[in-house]
Design a protein around this ligand. Structure first.
Ligand SMILES: C=C(O[C@H]1C=CC=C(C(=O)O)[C@@H]1O)C(=O)O
Length: 460
């Protein structure tokens, strides 16, 4: 099998080499079934320094990217979304695509930091305010059909093609390299716990004083393991444990940001735009009866409904500025994940003119589910009182295609894997009648998805 692909690639490249009229060349081919996690894991074996994983909430669309043919990156740029959009457009004009009857084309993957104005720490050194890449090799799974897309420079691509050949050989002829989680956690520490609780008290005070309605405060826990954590194992465990979440990973030179988020920021599919309001939370019950009671309580609890309403109002307003026929249910429903249930309201609209995906991301990020309301005041409050550099946590992560369609999730329920060390993040919406200790407990529940994927169970 591998030989056939290698032969086809070589043949195509030979032709391109002779006729190259564009700086980049992208070649797609439908392939036999492979396991996306295995594909991701082989990226490490074959020394690809960048890896990306994405699957949507239905698991119908899965993308795995390895290597980097083109990258768009910026820090400290207040027009970062616009900059990424125009760079991407420039790239699409420089690439010659050979679809071979597939629907595939090169994709741009990546993410953004939560707040470019927050002081940065060493922890996030490999994650600038925007970093998106076109992978050298991309596995796309759409409704069960698998396609391989190779995107390389038209010249001087011999080395990368050789590496892709090695990958294909291992993919079809080698052993399945996925392993169980072998590292065990030596130390677990909740960072700045007391400082965080004081920050919540301060936020409650500031909200009661007026001028600020809601602010989301997040915190970090650190874990130290006895061995390196391999992201593909964590991804696979997240898929098993959080089947209704977006699954994402972005790895650069051994630093991997990974998570399973229930929250869509935005999706653009032709003229249709989708977003999600997700705010207001309670844990899952231990029995069906208790779970239903907790759910019913959440649907009627004034404080949680208010937290949720701020998000609905903001997303509705943002969508109505660019869309017509905006559909939003009048009441939230419950979204139940393994460890937690949320108030959830989906939003759909038809864009009035061809509004770009990145301009939608810019309008929506951060919603009051991650920042607060009013937006600028909440961001200022977070900058001043939150004892944390969020990095890419709570920020947009996703992909865009050459037609401008794509999807970004909100990178919550996530962690940063750096060799034997891991940071995980969780936050919650603070309003005037919040209670610091129950907000603290809520963040503990939100740590659970990452902790379980890392093989760590929390004390009750
Ligand atoms: C900020 C997080 O969750 C947000 C999403 C859903 C519910 C939330 C809440 O109830 O506070 C948060 O707004 C997180 O998980 O770190």
């Amino acid at each position: 099998m591998a030989t056939l692909y290698q032969h086809k690639i070589q043949e195509q490249l030979y032709m391109i080499g002779k006729t190259a009229s564009q700086p980049f060349f992208s070649w797609s081919q439908e392939i036999d079934d492979v396991d996306p996690f295995h594909f991701f894991a082989l990226g490490e074996t074959c020394s690809f320094r960048q890896r990306f994983y994405w699957s949507d909430r239905s698991n119908e669309t899965v993308y795995v990217g390895l290597g980097c043919t083109y990258s768009i990156e910026t820090t400290g740029n207040e027009h970062r979304f616009h900059m990424v959009e125009s760079e991407w457009k420039r790239f699409t004009e420089k690439v010659m695509t050979h679809h071979n009857g597939t629907e595939a084309a090169p994709l741009l993957f990546g993410g953004f930091s939560f707040d470019p104005l927050k002081r940065k720490t060493e922890r996030w050194a490999h994650f600038p305010d925007a970093k998106l890449i076109v992978p050298a090799v991309l596995l796309s799974v759409k409704k069960g059909r698998m396609t391989l897309t190779i995107t390389v420079p038209s010249q001087n691509h011999e080395q990368i093609i050789e590496k892709i050949g090695q990958l294909l050989t291992l993919l079809y002829n080698g052993q399945d390299s996925l392993m169980a989680l072998s590292a065990s956690c030596q130390t677990y520490e909740e960072m700045a716990k007391h400082e965080w609780i004081s920050a919540v008290q301060k936020a409650i005070h500031d909200i009661r004083e007026g001028g600020l309605d809601k602010v989301v405060l997040a915190r970090e826990a650190r874990l130290w393991f006895d061995d390196r954590i391999e992201p593909s194992v964590v991804l696979q465990r997240l898929r098993e444990q959080q089947p209704l979440s977006y699954l994402f990973a972005f790895e650069d030179k051994g630093n991997c940001f990974v998570g399973a988020s229930p929250e869509q920021l935005v999706k653009r599919e032709g003229m249709t735009c989708y977003s999600t309001c997700l705010a207001g939370s309670i844990r899952r019950g231990k029995t069906v009866k208790e779970d239903e009671q907790l759910g019913r309580w959440l649907l009627q609890d004034e404080k949680n409904l208010r937290e949720h309403r701020f998000v609905v109002d903001m997303i509705k307003e943002a969508m109505m500025e660019v869309c017509e026929n905006v559909r939003i249910p009048s009441e939230p429903q419950l979204l139940k994940m393994r460890d937690i249930q949320h108030l959830y309201t989906p939003v759909i609209g038809e864009s009035r003119h061809a509004v770009s995906l990145f301009s939608l991301v810019e309008r929506l990020h951060p919603t009051p589910a991650l920042g607060g309301t009013p937006r600028e005041k909440a961001l200022k409050e977070i900058r001043e009182i939150e004892p944390l550099d969020r990095g890419w946590y709570a920020a947009p992560i996703g992909w865009i295609d050459t037609a401008g369609n794509g999807e970004f999730a909100v990178a919550i329920r996530s962690g940063l894997l750096q060799g034997k060390e891991v940071s995980i993040f969780a936050g919650c919406g603070i309003v005037g009648d919040s209670e610091p200790l129950s907000e603290y407990e809520e963040t503990r529940v939100k740590f659970k998805p990452m902790l379980s994927a890392l093989g760590v169970e929390q004390d009750e």
